[in-house]
Design a protein around this ligand. Sequence first.
Ligand SMILES: [Zn+2]
Ligand SMILES: [Zn+2]
Length: 359
Amino acid sequence: MKAAVWLGPADTDELPDDGPRLFGFHGEAPYRFALTDIYDPEPGFDEVVVDVRACGVCGSDLYKIIKSTVEPWTVLGHEVTGVVAAAGSGIDSFAPGDRVVAWHHAPCGDCHFCRRGSFSMCRRFKATNFEPGGFAEKILLSTELSAGSLFKLPDAVSFELGTFVEPYACILRALDRVKLLADDLAVVVGAGFIGQLAITALNERLGAVVAVEPLPDRRVLATSRRAAASLEPGPTVTEVIVDLSEGRGADYVFVTHAAESTAAAAFEWVRPGGTICLFAGPTLSPDVGLSADKIYHMDLTVYGSYSPSPAAFADALAAIAGNADAFEDVPYACYGLETASAATKDQAETRVMKAIVCP
Ligand SMILES: [Zn+2]
Ligand SMILES: [Zn+2]
């Protein structure tokens, strides 16, 4: 089968000694990929092979590329939908032809971490993943993934829209961890793909959402997706938040873009006793401006949220299946395996809001 393999931080035309058959290199480092022919996965007794139809490019894929945190010759991609290609004889609940959405991790559910809701810190969570990765024609799901992390995708949800399930689940799980009230005010920092979905999720749970975003077209979209205000970063943001909250500040700040400037601004916008969620990996800076003094004296809660819970994954699938229209207006662009370089580069450089690789 074919796969798009990320080649690492340097421009290279070198093949590993026992390397796969190559159809060509494309893109420039760090967005340089090779289209290769690798092994065809076969399912074991209780394993499933999925024909990948769509795989979203995640911010974490871009982080791996830009920061070079994975080995060269890795197949990236994990926001996968597709069709069951083959199932082992021990699999009862899936058959070839089933439309599916898959989660690439399988927390055990009963270790110390899982029992406390820290599913993404579970050892089994960290040890599980698709083989090889979503930027490939097929993926193999291990016993653990086949048993707990594979879901039927309703006909009402396109393969492309189905790739929103995993990122939306990450957002729902982040929100599940805080108490939000119907008259709360939230600020979403960054109205990219995650910010747009966060506006949807927050509008379900609280009173009003203010989006802060430098790109004008993304602000327009945020407004059309029911943000109470969509503002350029700057002093006006504080004024509007003060206005909308009777001077208190925002109850909840959801940071999708963890540059120093935006993280520092979150501390300006949050109310005393409020909560800041650092949702994004700090792509631009390893040290966001966390103010220990403010955290203490303003009685703040600051937390990170990484990956979904099993319940949030099911909730996200139900939410998207139940109201696909509410998500269809988030623009995406599809790319082939042979243009995985353009998919990742275009998304990293904000030419597209969401790139989806469709093998
Ligand atoms: Zn993701
Ligand atoms: Zn566990």
